[in-house]
Ligand binder design. Structure first.
Ligand code: GLU
Length: 291
């Protein structure tokens, strides 16, 4: 059964401390704990423009209150920037990354100017910049992101696939997302790079997370293949939806674990609420782990 614990598997819960945890996070954390023989906690706090140390502290407190355990200590991504940088350098040295100087406005303009079916993906404006010109702009201090040349990367790896325990085998289509950013202008490394780096480093064999990240897995498989990292199994769980049928989100003031606790809910009650999806939104519920 797909939502049964997988013998010997290593899972992880990897929240980004951009706000207080809500029921959707509790669901994800409990799912990871349920599916893994071992479960790790990872703090994905690379984006200093959005993450706050007080939210890291709060999420550890909330998970502890909820009764979740993990193999200590958690990995905190912001403490490992040189490791991610080394991966970026390796990919860049192989000619798989290119600097992109485009602003959001440049990209929107280039997309709008395209003929045929409109697409929202980056049209590859900077891919063809002569190296000398790119170097001159870097030397002049122009801000740039680093993008993955997906066509070139796929030419190295060949076709890829992954297995989702809830969906079966899936063919990877990273090209559908265009040349994704692996280092932003304002953030030194991207989520895609750090998450695949750390899953490999930490020996994660089963990546559990919400189905909103299903598309990202196409990119992650590509990075794993390029870097020679092992291929984990995946289980992208349905999202818990609010009463309005939309996914819970911090920005919509979804009930935080803290607010529920302050309102008198017990950890057991919150666990039960986090396990059970609202009727008509998701097709399955997750039984509690007994150990
Ligand atoms: N840090 C990501 C998030 O909070 C999750 C990453 C993952 O599970 O792969 O959305």
């Amino acid at each position: 059964m797909p939502s049964e614990p997988q013998p010997g598997s290593v899972t992880r819960f990897a929240p980004s401390p951009t706000g207080l945890l809500h029921l959707g996070h509790a669901h994800s954390a409990l799912f990871a704990r349920r599916m893994g023989a071992r479960c790790l906690l990872r703090i994905e706090d690379i984006d200093a423009t959005r993450c706050r140390p007080e939210y890291t502290q709060a999420l550890i407190e909330d998970l502890t209150w909820l009764g979740l355990d993990w193999e200590a200590p958690p990995r905190v991504q912001s403490r490992h920037l040189p490791e991610y940088r080394a991966t970026l350098d390796a990919l860049r040295g192989r000619g798989l990354l290119y600097p992109c100087f485009c602003t959001r406005g440049d990209i929107a303009g280039a997309i709008a100017a395209q003929h045929g079916a409109p697409t929202q993906i980056y049209p590859g404006t900077c891919r063809g910049l002569p190296p000398g010109q790119a170097q001159a702009r870097i030397a002049a201090g122009d801000a740039y992101a680093l993008r993955l040349d997906v066509a070139r990367a796929l030419a190295e790896t060949g076709p890829l696939a992954f297995t989702d325990l809830l969906r079966g085998p899936r063919r990877c289509t990273p090209e559908a997302q265009g040349d994704v950013v692996l280092a932003r202008k304002d953030v030194p490394v991207s989520y895609h790079l750090c998450v695949t780096h750390d899953d490999a480093l930490q020996g994660v064999t089963l990546v559990t997370r919400g189905e909103d990240l299903l598309e990202a897995t196409n990119i992650h498989r590509l990075l794993q293949a390029l870097m020679g990292w092992p291929e984990p199994l995946y289980a992208h769980h349905p999202l818990i939806l609010g009463a309005d049928g939309r996914r819970l989100a911090k920005r919509d003031r979804a009930p935080t674990l803290r607010a529920l606790r302050e309102a008198g809910a017990t950890p057991g009650e919150v666990r039960a609420r986090a396990f059970v999806s609202p009727p008509g939104t998701n097709s399955w519920t997750l039984p509690a782990r007994t150990d």
